[in-house]
Design a protein around this ligand. Structure first.
Ligand code: PLZ
Length: 445
């Protein structure tokens, strides 16, 4: 693939194992980590990165690993993508920070203009910028509450929205995200999702009515500020709701004066083969939360939405010292430009098609479901012929892939989902090689 996405030191696009994984230098660094870093901060694969770009991560021992994780769906345009490096370098030399709330700058306004233009819906919009996905989700809730003057928030089974106090309450899974960290924020209610593999193939409409019924009976539309949902769930297991689920929920929110918030932190910016996952079903959220892929690895997040909702907050009610940092804004503008000029939406579809074909080709009866959209694909591993989760196999396959120099991530409420999120700068030959490795790993485990 194309050099425009493989920048920096122009890393050889190859899988290269020169030591065991992790190698001795990584092991040494990991021992220092254990002595210096809080134990609660875990690592999936303790190889210590020294460079990354295109489709590879190079570690401290000189191994070159194929990256199917993109730092959890962040480096969509690639690591150190040339356009991002150039834009950030130029900004770095001009100024690094003033605080947008003190003396503002154009980069922030330009990112807001771009998000207002590109996010779903042609209505008048406003944007506010933050640092992390969780911070943006929290602000979306603040904004919805200020606009509706209501308090309740509905989230879904298997949801992941972050690790702050409010977003922990919104996140479904206890271990490792919530265990021992209560009390949690109040006025958060959980509704059932549409999860075809585990709900007997319930139609999207039927699943939406089931959720709406619960909301009406247990919360009451008149108390409800917002429904917050990931259009494809990320950490929860790459769960794609059945067709019709999201459009019906949006319609119900619209009819009841409830703010519909799409958490596109993981799905946004070309990842799913559309610019946003909502675009697959022409869903127009009132507010959309973005982060991760927005800025090529620099910390940036955003809430974008209907002008009348966004502007309901009093002046000074939104902000933060670093929100919309100039370097992150420069990176975001370069990312947005790169997605367009390199047709990364099309590239995500191609990569996704390849991954799905390869996974079906494994013909492994323990792969209960292959799902996802675009370059956001996962397999759910089960005992053959059942839906009983097999987290042990999932762990074993991930560990064996890591040992062979392929970075894969797991997810899912039951810990039985392997997910694939390659950077869209991944060259074809490496993508094929990664799936050759995975095929062999499935055969041997
Ligand atoms: N919403 C949909 O996927 C972050 C978290 C990994 P932050 N997902 C990866 C971990 O173990 O912490 C995420 C997400 C969705 C919100 C978030 C939160 O984004 O930038 O991590 O705060």
């Amino acid at each position: 693939m194309n050099d425009h996405l493989i920048g920096g030191p122009a890393l050889p696009q190859e899988r290269r194992l020169v030591t065991a994984i992790p190698g001795p230098e990584s092991a040494r660094l990991h021992a220092r980590k254990a002595a210096a870093v809080a134990a609660g901060v875990g690592t999936t694969l303790p190889v210590y990165t020294v460079a990354a770009g295109g489709g590879v991560i190079v570690d401290a021992d000189g191994n070159s690993l194929i990256d199917l994780g993109s730092g959890i769906a962040v480096t969509t345009v690639g690591n150190s993508a040339p356009a991002v490096v150039d834009a950030v370098t130029e900004q770095l030399q001009a100024f690094t920070h003033t605080c947008f709330m003190v003396t503002p700058y154009d980069g922030y306004v330009r990112v807001a203009e771009k998000l207002n233009e590109l996010t779903p819906g042609s209505h008048e919009k406003r944007t506010a910028l933050f640092n992390s996905g969780a911070e943006a989700v929290e602000n979306a809730v603040k904004i919805a509450r200020a606009f509706t003057k209501r308090q309740a928030v509905v989230v879904f089974d298997h949801a992941y929205h972050g690790r702050t106090n409010l977003t922990m309450a919104m996140t479904a899974k206890n271990m490792p995200y919530k265990h021992g960290f209560g009390p949690f924020a109040s006025e958060i209610y959980r509704a059932p999702l549409s999860y075809a593999f585990r709900d007997g193939g319930l139609s999207g409409e039927a699943a939406a009515f089931r959720a709406i019924d619960l909301i009406e009976k247990q919360v009451g539309a008149g108390n409800l500020a917002a429904v917050v949902i990931e259009p494809i769930q990320g950490e929860g297991g790459f769960i794609v709701p059945a067709d019709g689920f999201l459009p019906l929920l949006v319609q119900w929110c619209h009819d009841n004066g409830v703010v519909f918030v799409a958490d596109e932190v993981q799905t946004g910016f070309a990842r799913t083969g559309e610019l946003f996952a909502c675009d697959h079903e022409a869903v127009v959220p009132d507010l959309i939360v973005t982060a991760k892929g927005i800025a090529g690895g620099l910390p940036l997040s955003a809430v974008t939405g209907r002008a009348e909702i966004m502007d309901a907050v009093n002046v000074g009610g939104l902000g933060g010292t670093y929100g919309g940092n100039p370097l992150a804004c420069a990176a975001a503008l370069a990312v947005i430009e790169t997605i367009a000029t390199e047709d990364l939406v099309g590239r995500a579809r191609m990569i996704g098609k390849t991954m799905v074909e390869r996974l079906h080709g494994f013909a492994d009866p323990r792969i209960g479901d292959v799902r996802g959209r675009g370059a956001m694909v996962a397999v759910e591993l089960v005992e053959p012929g059942t839906t009983n989760p097999d987290p042990d196999l999932t762990r074993a396959v991930a560990a064996a892939a890591h040992a062979q120099g392929v970075v894969v991530l797991t997810c899912g409420t039951y810990g039985n989902v392997l997910r694939f999120l390659p950077p869209l700068s991944m060259p074809d030959h490496l993508l094929f090689e990664a799936f050759d490795v995975l095929e062999q790993v499935f055969r041997e485990n």
